[in-house]
Design a protein around this ligand. Structure first.
Ligand code: AMP
Length: 621
């Protein structure tokens, strides 16, 4: 279907609307497009600020937000208002973060539940989705400025290991930035497309994509056949990258100059200067054999041979990951027909040599390793725009399929544009103690509230054994076959009770109606996301009230009167907000945070008592 767009800045009619490809990275992001005349992908370099936009968001006060290089400058001077690495939090619950929460210099809200993480900046609470949306808005703005045309549609990349909720979160971030996300594609798939691998539908290949960035390492093994990219295995280390090379150089200089590490913890400025020089040294050594500089009266000198010796153990760790990913895919090195290099750190000659030697073939590194993912995303965008006929477009489902969750929210299970046949699932649990039935209502559509979408069917999973809330594990699976028939299965894993239903989702919807539903989702994107956030905040608050009440009731004898009184007061504040129908998500979350801060010390103390009593053979309720 050909689309006509009007270029608002030039007032001319443009036949082909440009769809951009976006690499939304942990440290850096960038946007690319296919040049309409030259027909090849180009990373957008607006106002000669370079193609790379650091994935950093800074809140200046008075609601002003800055993103990119300008925001990066505040990392040291104002860390509490400067958010980096938000991709690490996307689609994650606080429990998912585990020990890594100390890695972040800003405040992550600890609600100790399975709810999604929130970040507190001053009196505001932001979800990683909102923060990622700020980065996407900046990329969109740069693209619009450089291309002089509105940019409304995009393909966004994610790591191959991203789960459903992380992919959904990325999609939501796009929506919030005013973009229609045509497809979420895997970063290694994009990198491979950038090298033209997989563009010929008749070729069948198994390839390895080695991605070493500043702070993360990923290796993915892909099998490509008839334009379908199947991920056979992934491996890596989410805390390994070029930053470790820099640290190795800093440690070496400290040793050479007899500076004790303790001195450095006192002198943050010296540490920062050393780190910056170390990165400069590393980059220089990608070309030269030697690097020298002075910082104050310290001489910092390093040769390429020494650098390579220092980083060999780090590079070897990536090789071990490559071995594991091969064995997970049941393959030998010889089975890999091409190797693709991604990420700035693959410019280090030792890295390139080690990877090429390991796989026994020269790795592809002719493209800029910082840009390849965005370039590949632009190629995919061009395919979706219908500008390329050399690639097979798979049959896709036109609208998202999902189920209703607490507060009437739509939880998407199979996102729109997924190729069919496909299968996807998610695990749910009960919200009330002793709950024995669960309603599964299936919807189709792009809106955040189910009431705005189209209901396809509803059934009840009966006979869940009575257990405390949160214990039952209910798997809901959607199986969409090649004819577009959807089968929904629900099973409680502990007892094995099962129920299923078959539906034809397309039934009764004309192309026009599908288009209208998509248009509505774009028009209402902002208010939808805002409503979803309020509902999520209210649900978190309701669940906390339930837990706190249960906790106080069970442990009354271990609490002082004063503790009970403060808890009751803070509890009341949350309850009042809920009953007053308050729609201010930040106010609700602040009250929730207050109540949690109050009860956490008692909860921890009572946990200790309970362990002690358990050890002496007694049991408390
Ligand atoms: P990425 O996360 O893919 O943007 O990669 C950024 C990492 O690549 C950082 O650790 C950079 O220091 C590193 N890097 C960039 N250019 C070079 C270079 N010429 N030689 C070595 N490392 C580099």
């Amino acid at each position: 279907m050909a689309k006509v767009a009007i270029n608002l800045s030039t007032g001319t009619i443009q036949k082909e609307e440009i769809i951009v490809g976006i690499d939304l990275g942990t440290t850096n992001s960038l946007v690319a497009y296919i040049h309409p005349e030259e027909k090849h992908p180009i990373a957008i370099n607006d106002l000669d600020m370079g193609t790379i936009v650091p994935s950093v968001v800074h809140f200046k006060g008075a609601g002003e937000v800055v993103v990119g290089n300008e925001a990066k400058e505040y990392l040291l001077t104002d860390p509490a208002h400067t958010i980096y690495s938000v991709k690490r939090l996307l689609g994650k619950s606080y429990q998912d973060l585990g020990n890594h929460k100390d890695y972040f210099g800003y405040k992550i809200i600890d609600d100790n539940t399975e709810g999604m993480v929130k970040i507190r900046v001053g009196d505001h609470f932001y979800s990683p989705i909102e923060l990622s949306a700020e980065i996407l808005k900046e990329l969109r703005k740069r693209a619009e400025h450089a291309l002089k045309t509105p940019v409304n549609r995009a393909v966004i990349t994610v790591p191959a290991y991203f789960n459903d909720s992380q992919r959904q979160a990325t999609r939501d971030a796009g929506k919030l930035a005013g973009l229609e996300v045509l497809r979420i594609i895997n970063e290694p798939t994009a990198a491979s497309l950038a090298y033209g691998i997989g563009l010929d539908p008749s070729e069948e290949k198994t390839i390895a994509v080695y991605d070493l960035g500043g702070g993360t390492f990923d290796i993915s093994i892909l099998h490509i056949q008839q334009g379908i990219f199947e991920v056979l295995s992934t491996n890596g280390d989410t805390y390994l990258g070029g930053d470790d090379f820099d640290r190795a150089i800093v440690d070496y200089w400290l040793k050479e100059n007899n500076i004790p590490t303790a001195e450095l913890t006192q002198n943050k400025e010296l540490l920062q200067a050393l780190r910056l020089s170390a990165e400069e040294a590393k980059k220089t050594l990608s070309q030269a054999d030697n690097f020298v500089t002075t910082i104050g009266n310290i001489t910092c000198n390093i040769t390429r041979a020494t650098f390579e010796e220092l980083i060999t153990p780090i590079v070897q760790r990536t090789v071990q990951s490559c071995e594991r990913s091969l064995s997970d895919a049941n393959l030998r090195k010889e089975d890999i027909q091409a190797v693709v290099m991604v990420g700035g750190s693959t410019r280090v000659p030792l890295v390139y040599r080690t990877v090429s030697d390991f796989f026994g073939k020269e790795a592809n590194n002719s493209l800029n390793p910082d840009e390849v993912v965005a370039l590949g995303a632009a190629i995919q965008a061009d395919v979706l725009a219908g500008n390329r006929h050399d690639i097979l477009l798979l049959d896709v489902t036109p609208l998202t399929l999902g189920i209703e969750t607490m507060g009437g929210l739509m939880d998407s299970i199979i996102p729109r544009n997924s190729k069919i046949p496909t299968k996807a699932g998610r695990q749910y649990t009960t919200s009330i103690d002793g709950q024995i039935n669960m309603k599964i209502a299936v919807y189709q559509g792009e809106r955040d509230l189910v009431k705005e979408n189209r209901k396809l069917a509803e059934f009840e999973l009966k006979g869940i054994p009575a257990m405390p809330a949160g214990l039952p594990k209910i798997d809901v699976n959607f199986i969409l076959n090649a004819d577009g028939i959807l089968k929904v299965e629900a099973q409680e894993l502990r007892s094995g009770v099962k129920q299923h239903i078959e539906i034809k989702p397309q039934y009764g919807l004309t192309d026009k109606q599908v288009e209208q539903m998509l248009m509505d989702s774009i028009t209402h994107a902002r208010e939808d996301v805002a409503t979803r956030m309020v509902i999520e905040a209210r649900t978190t608050a309701e669940q906390l009230l339930y837990q706190v009440d249960r906790f106080v009731q069970k442990n009354r004898q271990h609490l002082t009167n004063e503790e009970i009184a403060t808890t009751t007061a803070k509890r009341q504040r949350v309850a009042d907000l809920l009953s007053s129908d308050n729609q201010e998500k930040d106010t609700i979350l602040k009250a929730v945070d207050d109540l949690e801060e109050t009860t956490r010390p008692f909860a921890e103390r009572i946990m200790d008592i309970s362990i002690r009593e358990a050890m002496t053979g007694k049991k408390i309720e």
